[in-house]
Design a protein around this ligand. Structure first.
Ligand code: BT5
Length: 247
Protein backbone atom coordinates (compact mmCIF):
# COMPACT_ATOMS: atom_id res chain seq x y z
CA UNK A 1 0.00 0.00 0.00
CA UNK A 2 1.08 3.57 -0.69
CA UNK A 3 1.29 4.86 2.85
CA UNK A 4 1.28 1.89 5.16
CA UNK A 5 4.04 2.73 7.56
CA UNK A 6 4.97 1.60 11.02
CA UNK A 7 5.03 4.34 13.57
CA UNK A 8 5.44 4.75 17.26
CA UNK A 9 2.22 6.45 18.18
CA UNK A 10 0.41 6.91 21.50
CA UNK A 11 -2.76 5.52 19.82
CA UNK A 12 -3.42 2.71 17.37
CA UNK A 13 -3.36 3.70 13.72
CA UNK A 14 -5.54 2.42 10.89
CA UNK A 15 -4.29 3.07 7.35
CA UNK A 16 -6.17 3.43 4.09
CA UNK A 17 -4.78 4.09 0.65
CA UNK A 18 -8.12 5.55 -0.34
CA UNK A 19 -11.22 6.24 1.74
CA UNK A 20 -14.35 8.40 1.58
CA UNK A 21 -13.61 10.48 4.67
CA UNK A 22 -11.42 9.61 7.65
CA UNK A 23 -13.94 11.43 9.87
CA UNK A 24 -16.74 9.15 8.63
CA UNK A 25 -14.56 6.13 9.40
CA UNK A 26 -13.87 7.54 12.89
CA UNK A 27 -17.63 7.86 13.42
CA UNK A 28 -18.09 4.23 12.39
CA UNK A 29 -15.40 3.19 14.84
CA UNK A 30 -17.03 5.31 17.56
CA UNK A 31 -20.26 3.39 17.05
CA UNK A 32 -18.40 0.14 17.85
CA UNK A 33 -17.17 1.60 21.16
CA UNK A 34 -13.58 2.08 19.98
CA UNK A 35 -11.32 4.80 21.34
CA UNK A 36 -7.80 6.16 20.88
CA UNK A 37 -7.62 5.24 17.21
CA UNK A 38 -6.21 7.40 14.45
CA UNK A 39 -7.49 6.82 10.92
CA UNK A 40 -4.98 7.91 8.28
CA UNK A 41 -5.46 7.93 4.51
CA UNK A 42 -3.33 8.74 1.49
CA UNK A 43 -6.36 9.98 -0.43
CA UNK A 44 -9.97 10.85 0.45
CA UNK A 45 -12.65 10.81 -2.23
CA UNK A 46 -15.37 12.30 0.00
CA UNK A 47 -13.38 14.66 2.23
CA UNK A 48 -15.56 17.05 4.23
CA UNK A 49 -15.04 20.57 5.52
CA UNK A 50 -17.34 22.31 7.97
CA UNK A 51 -21.00 23.00 7.10
CA UNK A 52 -21.16 20.32 4.37
CA UNK A 53 -18.39 21.94 2.36
CA UNK A 54 -16.20 19.70 0.24
CA UNK A 55 -12.54 19.20 1.15
CA UNK A 56 -10.09 18.33 -1.64
CA UNK A 57 -7.88 15.49 -0.47
CA UNK A 58 -5.76 14.02 -3.27
CA UNK A 59 -2.99 11.47 -2.78
CA UNK A 60 0.06 12.86 -0.96
CA UNK A 61 -1.67 14.73 1.85
CA UNK A 62 -1.96 14.01 5.55
CA UNK A 63 -5.62 13.13 6.06
CA UNK A 64 -6.12 12.02 9.62
CA UNK A 65 -8.88 11.64 12.20
CA UNK A 66 -8.24 10.96 15.85
CA UNK A 67 -11.05 9.28 17.76
CA UNK A 68 -10.88 9.70 21.52
CA UNK A 69 -13.16 9.86 24.57
CA UNK A 70 -11.93 12.68 26.80
CA UNK A 71 -13.62 13.37 30.12
CA UNK A 72 -14.70 16.91 29.26
CA UNK A 73 -17.87 18.89 28.81
CA UNK A 74 -18.93 19.84 25.25
CA UNK A 75 -18.13 23.49 26.06
CA UNK A 76 -14.44 22.62 26.14
CA UNK A 77 -14.46 20.59 22.93
CA UNK A 78 -13.36 23.59 20.83
CA UNK A 79 -10.04 23.38 22.67
CA UNK A 80 -9.42 20.17 20.73
CA UNK A 81 -9.73 22.12 17.50
CA UNK A 82 -7.22 24.65 18.80
CA UNK A 83 -4.92 21.84 19.94
CA UNK A 84 -5.05 20.27 16.48
CA UNK A 85 -4.29 23.58 14.80
CA UNK A 86 -1.37 24.29 17.16
CA UNK A 87 0.08 20.80 16.65
CA UNK A 88 -0.32 21.12 12.87
CA UNK A 89 1.17 24.61 12.69
CA UNK A 90 4.15 23.57 14.80
CA UNK A 91 4.79 20.44 12.72
CA UNK A 92 4.58 22.52 9.54
CA UNK A 93 6.95 25.13 10.99
CA UNK A 94 9.43 22.36 11.78
CA UNK A 95 9.15 21.40 8.10
CA UNK A 96 10.19 24.95 7.17
CA UNK A 97 6.77 26.49 6.48
CA UNK A 98 5.77 29.89 7.93
CA UNK A 99 2.54 28.42 9.30
CA UNK A 100 0.19 30.53 11.43
CA UNK A 101 -3.34 29.98 12.73
CA UNK A 102 -6.51 31.66 11.61
CA UNK A 103 -9.34 31.33 14.10
CA UNK A 104 -10.96 28.91 14.57
CA UNK A 105 -9.76 26.03 12.45
CA UNK A 106 -7.36 27.03 9.68
CA UNK A 107 -3.61 26.69 9.46
CA UNK A 108 -2.47 29.28 6.97
CA UNK A 109 0.62 30.81 5.42
CA UNK A 110 0.59 34.63 5.46
CA UNK A 111 0.89 36.45 2.13
CA UNK A 112 2.16 40.01 2.64
CA UNK A 113 1.41 42.10 5.71
CA UNK A 114 -2.34 42.62 5.45
CA UNK A 115 -3.63 39.49 7.14
CA UNK A 116 -3.99 37.76 3.76
CA UNK A 117 -3.07 34.10 3.60
CA UNK A 118 -3.24 30.79 1.80
CA UNK A 119 -4.74 27.79 3.53
CA UNK A 120 -2.37 24.94 4.34
CA UNK A 121 -4.58 22.81 6.60
CA UNK A 122 -8.06 22.63 8.08
CA UNK A 123 -9.55 20.98 11.13
CA UNK A 124 -13.00 19.39 11.43
CA UNK A 125 -13.93 18.40 14.98
CA UNK A 126 -17.08 16.32 15.41
CA UNK A 127 -18.50 14.81 18.58
CA UNK A 128 -21.37 13.10 20.26
CA UNK A 129 -22.47 13.35 23.86
CA UNK A 130 -24.80 14.95 26.35
CA UNK A 131 -24.98 18.46 27.80
CA UNK A 132 -22.53 17.67 30.58
CA UNK A 133 -20.34 15.04 28.98
CA UNK A 134 -18.61 14.31 25.69
CA UNK A 135 -19.03 10.68 24.67
CA UNK A 136 -16.52 10.72 21.83
CA UNK A 137 -14.73 13.29 19.77
CA UNK A 138 -13.25 12.90 16.29
CA UNK A 139 -10.62 15.47 15.45
CA UNK A 140 -10.14 15.54 11.68
CA UNK A 141 -6.95 17.13 10.42
CA UNK A 142 -6.31 17.73 6.74
CA UNK A 143 -2.83 18.94 5.78
CA UNK A 144 -1.83 19.74 2.21
CA UNK A 145 1.53 18.02 2.42
CA UNK A 146 3.19 16.47 -0.64
CA UNK A 147 0.78 17.88 -3.21
CA UNK A 148 1.14 20.36 -6.09
CA UNK A 149 -0.78 23.53 -5.22
CA UNK A 150 -2.22 23.46 -8.76
CA UNK A 151 -4.24 20.38 -7.76
CA UNK A 152 -6.09 22.31 -5.03
CA UNK A 153 -8.39 25.36 -4.80
CA UNK A 154 -6.65 28.66 -5.63
CA UNK A 155 -6.77 29.81 -2.02
CA UNK A 156 -4.71 26.79 -0.89
CA UNK A 157 -1.02 26.19 -0.48
CA UNK A 158 0.95 23.04 0.32
CA UNK A 159 4.05 22.04 2.24
CA UNK A 160 5.58 20.93 -1.08
CA UNK A 161 5.02 24.42 -2.47
CA UNK A 162 6.35 26.27 0.58
CA UNK A 163 9.25 24.10 1.69
CA UNK A 164 9.46 20.81 -0.24
CA UNK A 165 8.08 17.37 0.62
CA UNK A 166 7.91 16.06 4.18
CA UNK A 167 8.20 12.59 5.68
CA UNK A 168 4.50 11.96 6.33
CA UNK A 169 5.29 9.18 8.79
CA UNK A 170 7.18 11.57 11.02
CA UNK A 171 4.64 14.32 10.52
CA UNK A 172 1.75 12.10 11.66
CA UNK A 173 3.76 10.79 14.59
CA UNK A 174 4.57 14.34 15.65
CA UNK A 175 0.88 15.36 15.46
CA UNK A 176 -0.32 12.39 17.49
CA UNK A 177 2.32 12.89 20.17
CA UNK A 178 1.49 16.55 20.64
CA UNK A 179 -2.26 15.85 20.73
CA UNK A 180 -1.67 13.19 23.39
CA UNK A 181 0.14 15.77 25.51
CA UNK A 182 -2.78 18.21 25.39
CA UNK A 183 -5.06 15.42 26.50
CA UNK A 184 -3.67 15.65 30.02
CA UNK A 185 -3.47 19.46 30.06
CA UNK A 186 -5.97 20.82 27.58
CA UNK A 187 -5.88 24.44 28.85
CA UNK A 188 -2.18 24.75 28.06
CA UNK A 189 -3.13 24.98 24.41
CA UNK A 190 -4.49 28.52 24.79
CA UNK A 191 -1.15 30.36 25.31
CA UNK A 192 0.45 28.18 22.62
CA UNK A 193 -2.36 29.16 20.25
CA UNK A 194 -1.93 32.88 20.98
CA UNK A 195 1.71 32.71 19.96
CA UNK A 196 0.87 31.32 16.53
CA UNK A 197 -2.34 33.25 15.85
CA UNK A 198 -2.54 35.35 12.70
CA UNK A 199 -6.08 36.46 13.59
CA UNK A 200 -5.24 38.37 16.78
CA UNK A 201 -4.79 42.05 16.00
CA UNK A 202 -6.73 41.74 12.73
CA UNK A 203 -9.89 43.55 11.77
CA UNK A 204 -12.38 40.70 11.26
CA UNK A 205 -15.84 39.90 10.05
CA UNK A 206 -17.28 36.90 11.86
CA UNK A 207 -20.35 35.02 10.63
CA UNK A 208 -22.09 33.30 13.49
CA UNK A 209 -25.53 31.73 13.84
CA UNK A 210 -26.94 34.91 15.40
CA UNK A 211 -25.58 37.22 12.67
CA UNK A 212 -22.53 39.07 11.47
CA UNK A 213 -20.01 40.85 13.68
CA UNK A 214 -17.28 43.29 12.61
CA UNK A 215 -14.50 44.45 14.90
CA UNK A 216 -10.94 43.84 16.05
CA UNK A 217 -9.95 40.34 17.14
CA UNK A 218 -8.21 40.99 20.46
CA UNK A 219 -7.94 37.65 22.26
CA UNK A 220 -9.33 34.17 22.83
CA UNK A 221 -10.93 32.95 26.05
CA UNK A 222 -9.96 29.92 28.18
CA UNK A 223 -12.43 27.84 26.18
CA UNK A 224 -11.15 29.00 22.79
CA UNK A 225 -13.84 31.59 21.95
CA UNK A 226 -12.74 34.66 19.97
CA UNK A 227 -12.98 38.04 21.71
CA UNK A 228 -13.96 40.78 19.24
CA UNK A 229 -13.79 44.45 20.20
CA UNK A 230 -16.64 46.32 18.52
CA UNK A 231 -17.94 49.88 18.74
CA UNK A 232 -20.48 48.59 21.32
CA UNK A 233 -17.99 46.75 23.49
CA UNK A 234 -16.42 43.29 23.53
CA UNK A 235 -18.22 40.24 22.27
CA UNK A 236 -17.09 36.62 22.46
CA UNK A 237 -17.81 34.20 19.65
CA UNK A 238 -17.65 30.48 20.40
CA UNK A 239 -18.00 29.28 16.80
CA UNK A 240 -18.30 30.80 13.38
CA UNK A 241 -16.53 31.68 10.14
CA UNK A 242 -13.99 34.46 10.34
CA UNK A 243 -12.71 36.68 7.56
CA UNK A 244 -9.71 39.00 7.92
CA UNK A 245 -10.55 42.49 6.62
CA UNK A 246 -8.05 44.97 5.24
CA UNK A 247 -7.13 47.55 7.88
C1 BT5 B 1 -12.10 22.85 6.99
O1 BT5 B 1 -13.37 23.22 6.63
O2 BT5 B 1 -11.12 23.54 6.84
C2 BT5 B 1 -12.00 21.48 7.59
C3 BT5 B 1 -11.21 20.51 6.73
C4 BT5 B 1 -11.01 19.18 7.43
C5 BT5 B 1 -10.41 18.14 6.53
C6 BT5 B 1 -10.04 16.90 7.27
S1 BT5 B 1 -9.14 15.77 6.30
C7 BT5 B 1 -9.33 14.53 7.48
C8 BT5 B 1 -10.76 14.65 7.96
N1 BT5 B 1 -11.66 13.93 7.11
C9 BT5 B 1 -12.54 14.73 6.48
O3 BT5 B 1 -13.43 14.36 5.69
N2 BT5 B 1 -12.33 16.00 6.88
C10 BT5 B 1 -11.22 16.10 7.81
P1 BT5 B 1 -13.81 24.69 6.21
O4 BT5 B 1 -13.26 25.69 7.17
O5 BT5 B 1 -15.28 24.58 6.04
O6 BT5 B 1 -13.10 24.93 4.81
C11 BT5 B 1 -13.56 24.31 3.63
C12 BT5 B 1 -13.17 25.20 2.45
O7 BT5 B 1 -11.75 25.14 2.23
C13 BT5 B 1 -13.77 24.73 1.14
O8 BT5 B 1 -15.03 25.31 0.95
C14 BT5 B 1 -12.76 25.21 0.10
O9 BT5 B 1 -12.98 26.58 -0.19
C15 BT5 B 1 -11.46 25.15 0.84
N3 BT5 B 1 -10.69 23.92 0.56
C16 BT5 B 1 -11.14 22.70 0.13
N4 BT5 B 1 -10.14 21.82 0.07
C17 BT5 B 1 -9.02 22.49 0.46
C18 BT5 B 1 -7.67 22.10 0.63
N5 BT5 B 1 -7.23 20.86 0.42
N6 BT5 B 1 -6.80 23.06 1.05
C19 BT5 B 1 -7.20 24.33 1.30
N7 BT5 B 1 -8.47 24.74 1.17
C20 BT5 B 1 -9.38 23.82 0.76
Amino acid sequence: PAIEYELEAPVSVEYHDSIGSTNDRARELAATGATDVAVVADEQVGGRGRLERAWSAPSGGVWLSLLTRPKITPARAPLYTLAASVATARAAREAGVDARIKWPNDVVVPVGEDGEYRKLAGILTEMEGEMDRVEWIAVGIGVNANIDAADLPETATTIREEAGDVDRRRFVQRLLEELAEYRTDLESVVPAWRELALTLGQRVRVERPSGELVGDAVDITDSGALVVETADGNETVAAGDCEHLRP
